[in-house]
Design a protein. Sequence first.
Length: 225
Amino acid sequence: MTSGRPQIRIWDWTIRLFHWLAVLLVGAMWWTAEQGLMDWHRRLGLTLLGLLVYRIIWGLIGPRTARFSHMLFRPAALAAYVRDLRQGTHRPTFGHNPAGTLSVFALLLALLTQVGSGLFSVDTVGLESGPLARFVSFETGRLFAEMHEISFLILRILILVHILAVAVYLLVLRDNILRPMITGNRAPEDFGTGALAGSSAPWPRILIAATLAAATVTAILTAGG
């Protein structure tokens, strides 16, 4: 992308902040678990939960490229997109392309499963547990702990696939899809369409989503005692 070209906002700043904070939090949660720093592990998990709640709400009330309704596509669209890639035909999509949409939904589901199972998990001796573990039996808590481990394995696989996909787009398709997730912008002519409305993040909607996310985390902390 040449400097000085007119740019259009593809990803609003809250989507970009969510993306990079989630990257940092997943890494930090893995490290704290490995080091046995479970108090910090729980704090980071609740922080990630708040971010996920925000992202879900933002997927309903946020700008066009953030909304889940904008990501929905028919199976035929995915087949056509993959066929075009195999034929060497690629044009950037204003927002997530069909393959990227599958990646987003899979990662969100894996993260929600990871955090959700952690809320009820209990270790083998019952000394370390999630904030809501007191609402389930020890046996159920152990099942959630197993789910927590399995979902993290799946999450790591999805992250690896995601990184490889970014590399393929960059090295093979010559499309740097990482840069817009940093700057938020792309050149309008990249999309081969007419005028496009940029993605903005209105503060009233940000406050609504952030308030509901904070209320969810607060409710869990209160319920967990």
